[in-house]
Ligand binder design. Sequence first.
Ligand code: SF4
Length: 154
Amino acid sequence: MEHTSDIVAEGKLIGETSYPQRADKNQELEVSAEVFTDKGFVTCTAKIDFFDAIRGVVYETKKSAAKELAHVAQVQFYLYLLRKNNITANYGQIEYPKLRQTERVELSEEGEAKIEKSILQTTEIISLESCPPTLPKSKCSKCSYFDFCWSTEE
Ligand code: SF4
């Protein structure tokens, strides 16, 4: 997915250059968990760019100049997967170098239940015979599936 892999790489580069000391203290981590849903077990995987295992803090840097709920959901998902692996994950921190702001992300038990509901909804969508209708293209620019949904467009 070239479209989003460039965006992801750019975001990681901004994280490394905006916070050069970060790479020394924190580690990149790929984490997976088996989540039980109404449709059986589902494997969820994510790659976390910066995780401080000593303090249990997930860091995520965004190149965007606008805060989005999706950024919070992404970090909450990381916290969820870490906790599923019995790894201490106290909170997350989203950094917006362009805004010169940070946002702390918590994950409550209620938040964990919401994530599990989203995972179930995702498995239901995956098991559909045909794809759901596309959203308006203006909402798709950062989506990982952009190339699939819009491959027939000029
Ligand atoms: S590109 Fe992403 S957001 Fe847009 S319709 Fe496809 S899946 Fe939905």
